[in-house]
Design a protein around this ligand. Structure first.
Ligand code: KG4
Ligand code: ZN
Length: 379
């Protein structure tokens, strides 16, 4: 159920003076650094955003190899940060703070970016902000466009699939999440079964272009349940079996189109439920409500189109981040860091890297639904 928050607390208003923050992201297979300025009106400007993708280093293994990722982050981070500072045209003295992803993610990689952030903070006497990677995705739609809190967020990436109510930075609650695979993981695994490379999402989207999305009947998960949870393992198993029987390129394209439609439909059905809950609790008191989709899967055009139509049906506005900020990047980490800095939420220099870190930690700890072992490994 969506909580009733009728106050204006958490709305996006800006800091007393502009805050310029260096952000670092190393939680998976992208080494990224960015400089973002949060202005007094609450708007965010990306001064630079550099992303080094390790995809080629992992491609032969069909997925991300943690040890390779961590070593590659060590090799690349210095150059990536230098480029981000050069492209922003700034010296370290112009920064107000440094923000680094501290989890959740592959902990070897997270430690690289976080340690680098600590070194910059110590050397330059800057405040350090440890950022939850998911909070970065949650604010990513605010990069390049004005988005006020609160909003409903569908966070769909390779590791996560959740619906959240976002009232402000550090103030989010989860309405539902996947009980097995994340949506991006389903895209990746089914794409692999269809003979596509890694990452599978973009490849499957391309393959689906010439496909008939009505040809294959695919299972619909958790039908009849009234909550906002997701499940993709049944679809993955069914689609992988069908993939083995595909003979022609047209067969594969039809299956890819069907899978893409099935994933988009499940995302939109759960988002529809969350929007109905939101309406029940808030009624028409709030300004026109907003649905935001973020994370790598938000780059998918079918997913965006289906969600946009569902939002319109529910009287919600719809927004997705610019394409460059859907997949992992450091601009979203810098912005989350700047918003935390504005609120005085800085971190101790000995803050630890965390492989797991739910956004709504209190609920995750207290609600048996979210006890370890009950949800998917990365949910
Ligand atoms: O947000 P992200 O870069 O990393 C995580 O935090 O997980 O998301 C990566 C995921 C991958 O599973 C990838 O296949 C998926 O996002 N993805 C897509 C598309 N672009 C990336 N899935 C479907 N269609 C796309 N165009
Ligand atoms: Zn991510």
């Amino acid at each position: 159920m969506v909580a009733d928050y009728s106050s204006e607390a958490g709305r996006a208003t800006g800091p007393a003076h502009p805050l310029t923050v260096l952000g670092l992201e190393t939680s998976c297979d992208e080494t990224a650094a960015a400089v973002v300025r949060l202005s007094t009106d609450g708007g965010a400007t990306v001064l630079s955003s550099v992303v080094y993708s390790q995809i080629d280093e992992h491609a032969a293994f069909g997925g991300v190899v943690p040890e390779i990722a961590a070593r590659s982050h060590v090799e690349m981070i210095d150059g990536v940060v230098r480029r981000a500072m050069d492209e922003a045209g700034l010296d370290f003295a112009a920064l107000d703070g440094v923000a680094a992803t501290a989890g959740p993610g592959l902990v070897g990689g997270v430690m690289v970016g976080l340690s680098y952030g600590k070194a910059v903070a110590l050397a330059r006497g800057l405040p350090l902000v440890a950022v939850n990677h998911l909070e970065g995705h949650a604010v990513s739609a605010r990069l390049g466009q004005k988005v006020a809190y609160p909003f409903l967020l569908l966070l769909v990436s390779g590791g996560h699939c959740q619906l959240l109510e976002v009232r402000g930075i550090g103030d989010m609650s989860r309405l539902g999440s996947t009980i097995d695979d994340a949506a991006g993981e389903a895209f990746d695994k089914i794409a692999k079964a269809l003979g596509q490379g890694y990452p599978g999402g973009p490849a499957l989207e391309r393959l689906a272009e010439g496909g008939d999305d009505t040809r294959f009947a695919l299972p619909r998960a958790l039908l009849g349940r009234k909550d906002c949870d997701f499940s993709f393992s049944g679809l993955k198993t069914a689609a992988s079996r069908l993939a083995q029987a595909c003979e022609t390129e047209q067969d594969r394209a039809d299956l890819a189109a069907g899978v893409q439609k099935a994933i988009a439909r499940q995302l939109s059905e759960r988002a529809h439920r969350a929007m109905q809950d939101w309406r029940e609790v808030r009624g028409t008191v709030a300004a026109r409500p907003l649905l935001v989709v973020a994370g790598g899967v938000a780059a998918n055009r079918t997913v965006r189109a289906v969600l946009e139509a569902t939002a319109a049906k529910n009287g919600f506005d719809f927004l997705a981040p610019p394409m460059a900020y859907c997949t992992d990047n450091a601009a979203m980490i810098a912005l989350a860091g700047a918003e935390r800095l504005q609120l005085g939420l800085v971190s101790d220099i000995d803050v630890a890297a965390r492989p797991r870190w739910p956004l709504d930690e209190d609920k995750a700890l207290s609600d048996p639904m979210h006890k370890p072992g009950r949800k998917g490994a990365k949910a």
